[in-house]
Design a protein around this ligand. Structure first.
Ligand code: NAD
Length: 493
């Protein structure tokens, strides 16, 4: 076994261990072996990071011109492009995600920093058409303060970029908490941040457990804004924590995204889109299209073709070039998937392919592409977010019926519609209660396209032009242009 690597946290521009000296071990999901250790931050370390962010906010970052801040964002983008392969490799070792995806993602994430760098000097205030003589009232957008960014283990470079880039552009300073399940990529990212020469304390990256580290961060009295991505149960803690410091919260949570294929859909395109949506990244994506509704006329033929495709997916080591699906990130996920499948079979669900732990390796957490036919979409696999390559398939007859079914779930993150009838695509996409709808495509992201859900999938959009305003507050200023002194101080004018 190769030597275990030891990483440090990045607080106030310095590389530090936790004050307790405690460490967290992180596993390589490919072989279930510890490959690195990171500091386990406690309340004291969190306080140090937040204090340094507050100091950087007060002394420097909130006061410099947005264009100056934008320069650093562009430098981060340059660093990401130059080091995409290295970051991709680290992310693959730590998460089990395919290298061919992590290295291209690290490169593409640079676009987010460039995008928000471009927006930095374009956020303007207003002059209010005020209803009082001799008064001029303006609004300006001001930075909020210290932002706590809580990141899950998957797609961490993207989920960091959509918080960090707009927060910095608008003059906030940031403390990022990496996930304990895969903390190393963000510590490697911190090395790139250091290279940009950004002032100390503007960005701090810490590693620790949900409690005490995440809790200490999200309850800290100096934190003014929490940007959270993760599961819905953790989100409930976050909202409760925010009652301690009354900070503004945004939540990007899970999903159980429905996809519909109508009789008239272009089948090859739909088959590929569905495969990307649920088997890409081994289904460990918050927008995974995990509930599939097929119209009755094409049901048998389409399902057969889909099974055929799923059975051919090559499982293997995530660094291998020809691997299409790597391991799951954790044993907990594997166990949860197995439990849901078992319960579904008991209630009548039929496994059409996959369904059992793979024998590709007896060390990692490998699970094959799985398709389960469900007569009713309230069966466990069709209702719960599984964060794995498990597709539940249901039959439907009519458009109104499928719309009702697609909306019959507590989540509302993403959705997909496959049809060659433009009018139907428009009708159905409007009727679906979800933050994102893909029509005749799936699993795309862009810095320009707002991302986020409704219902139990959370609130607050990330990416896109509006999202930058989520890192500002409006300040209202009244200017009196009258020469006359105020006369009656006891009435409100
Ligand atoms: P998780 O909720 O277990 O953990 C997310 C983060 O919260 C981690 O950093 C964790 O340490 C921290 N945390 C845990 N308890 C905390 C507490 N009490 N206070 C503060 N922080 C705490 O999520 P995960 O397993 O890492 O990620 C998977 C989940 O994330 C899935 O539900 C997935 O759908 C969701 N997700 C959503 C999006 C999106 O954009 N909507 C994107 C990716 C993942």
């Amino acid at each position: 076994m190769s030597k275990i690597q030891d990483f440090k946290m990045y607080i106030n521009g310095e590389w530090v261990d936790s004050s307790s000296g405690k460490k967290i071990e992180t596993l390589n999901p490919e072989n279930n072996e510890v490959w690195a250790t990171v500091p386990e931050a406690n309340e004291k370390d969190v306080d140090k990071a937040v204090q340094s962010a507050q100091k950087a906010f007060d002394n420097n970052w909130s006061k410099i011109h947005p264009r100056e801040r934008a320069k650093y964002l562009k430098l981060i983008a340059d660093q990401l492009r130059a080091n995409a392969e290295h970051l991709g490799k680290i992310e693959t070792i730590d998460t089990g995600k395919l290298y061919r995806e992590t290295k291209t993602q690290a490169n593409y994430i640079a676009e987010y920093y460039d995008y928000f760098a471009g927006l930095a000097d374009k956020v303007e205030g207003t002059v209010v058409p005020i209803d009082k003589p001799d008064m001029q009232v303006t609004t300006t957008r001001i930075p909020i303060g210290v932002v706590a960014a809580i990141i899950p283990w998957n797609s961490q470079m993207l989920l960091t970029a959509v918080k960090l880039a707009p927060a910095l552009a608008m003059g906030n300073t940031v403390v990022i908490k990496a996930s304990e399940l895969a903390p190393v990529t963000l510590l490697e990212f911190a090395k790139l941040i250091e290279k940009t020469g950004i002032p100390k304390g503007v960005i701090n990256i810490i590693t620790g457990l949900g409690e005490p580290c995440g809790k200490a961060l999200t309850t800290h009295s100096l934190v003014e804004r929490i940007a959270f991505t993760g599961g819905p149960e953790t989100a409930k803690h976050i909202v409760k924590n925010s009652a301690e410091n009354l900070s503004q919260v945004s939540l990007e949570l899970g999903g159980k995204s429905p996809v519909v294929v109508f009789n008239d859909a272009e089948q090859e395109n739909a088959l590929n889109g569905i495969t990307a949506g649920i088997f890409g990244a081994s289904g460990q994506s918050c927008i995974a299209g995990s509930r599939l509704y097929l119209q009755s006329k094409i049901y048998d033929e389409f399902l057969r073709k889909l099974i055929n495709k799923a059975e051919k997916i090559k499982l293997g080591g995530p660094m291998e070039k020809d691997t299409q699906m790597g391991p799951l990130n954790s044993f907990k996920q594997l166990e949860n998937i197995e439990k849901n499948i078992k319960d579904t079979i008991k209630q009548g669900g039929k496994v059409k392919c996959g369904g059992k732990r793979s024998s590709v390796s007896n060390k990692g957490y490998y699970f094959p592409a799985t398709i389960i036919e469900c007569e009713n979409h309230n069966l466990p696999v069709a209702e719960n977010e599984l964060f794995g390559p498990i597709l539940s398939v249901m039959k439907f007859e009519k458009e109104e019926e499928v719309i009702e079914k697609m909306n019959d779930n507590k989540y509302g993150l993403s959705s997909g519609v496959y049809t060659s009838n433009f009018a139907r695509g428009l009708r159905v996409s409007k009727a679906i209660r979800a933050g994102i709808v893909f029509i005749n495509t799936y699993r795309l992201i862009s810095p320009m396209a707002p991302f986020g859900g409704i219902k139990d999938s959370g609130y607050g959009k990330e990416a896109g032009i509006e999202s930058i305003k989520e890192y500002t507050r409006i300040k209202t200023t009244w200017y009196n242009s009258s020469e006359k002194p105020m006369t009656d101080p006891f009435t409100m004018g």
